[in-house]
Design a protein around this ligand. Structure first.
Ligand code: G3P
Ligand code: CA
Length: 235
């Protein structure tokens, strides 16, 4: 069965990467949630996609230039103004505390592509351990060095490599790095490419799957997890 995760929560209908969006995804029956994590100025793990605040919150400028206390004052439901009241940027621990007793998985994406956020891998691993969620998380990143650091620090955590390109020999590449999951954009998953990846016994988790027709095609390909903004398709 192909599982369906809420991309940044149930972000099609609720403000992305907020506790509200994660709760709505779980209530809608999602098998898991996906979220993005960065460091605040004072080294706290905050859940937000962009390196800047402008698109999704009432703040302006870089996430890393504000302390957690400062970030908490911005409304992360800015794009849904007037619909859901005030929703702060959550910390990773806020979200994992909510997920701790849920029968669902959390895909934590380390947003280390623009700023590397030294020490973020260790901080994430410690937060996951604190909530006893080691068996219910997947850590992914477009920064493959970041994933290699995570593997070294926390070999008990499942990791995946993200790509958004037509990588040749993806299965071999991921297998050679001894990473168990591959997270490509779903448009890059042809039957041939999928077969090459599966040859290495890798788990394939893909994004961003917002149309039911695309989800059904991925089911036929035997994809493990589809991550989308509307985690409501029948499984
Ligand atoms: O983890 C899958 C997907 O979230 C990666 O792209 O830009 O939505 O974080 P992005
Ligand atoms: Ca993401």
């Amino acid at each position: 069965m192909t599982k369906l995760f809420g991309h940044r929560g149930y972000s099609g209908n609720y403000p992305e990467n907020t506790l509200l969006a994660f709760q709505k995804a779980i209530e809608a029956g999602a098998d898991g949630i996906e979220l993005d994590v960065q460091f605040s100025k004072d080294g706290k793990l905050v859940v937000i996609h962009d390196e800047t605040l402008d698109r999704t919150t009432t703040g302006k400028g870089r996430v890393k230039d504000y302390t957690l206390d400062e970030l908490r004052k911005f409304d992360a439901s800015f794009r849904f103004t007037g619909q859901y009241g005030f929703n702060p940027i959550p910390t990773l621990c806020d979200v994992l505390a909510y997920m701790a007793d849920k029968d669902a998985c959390t895909n934590i994406e380390l947003k280390t592509g623009v700023f590397e956020y030294e020490g973020i891998e260790e901080a994430v691993a410690n937060c996951v351990r604190k909530y006893n969620l080691c068996d219910k998380v997947i850590i992914s990143s477009f920064n493959h060095y970041s994933i290699l650091r995570m593997r070294k620090l926390a070999p008990e955590l499942k990791c995946g490599l993200l790509t958004d390109c037509w990588l040749i020999g993806a299965g071999k590449y991921v297998h050679n790095l001894d990473i168990p999951c591959y997270h490509p954009a779903f448009r890059n998953l042809t039957p041939e490419i999928t077969a090459e990846i599966k040859q290495y016994g890798l788990e394939i988790n893909t994004w961003t799957v917002n149309e039911e027709e695309d989800f059904r095609n991925l089911e036929k390909l035997g994809i493990d997890i589809a991550i989308g903004n509307y985690p409501v398709f029948q499984r």
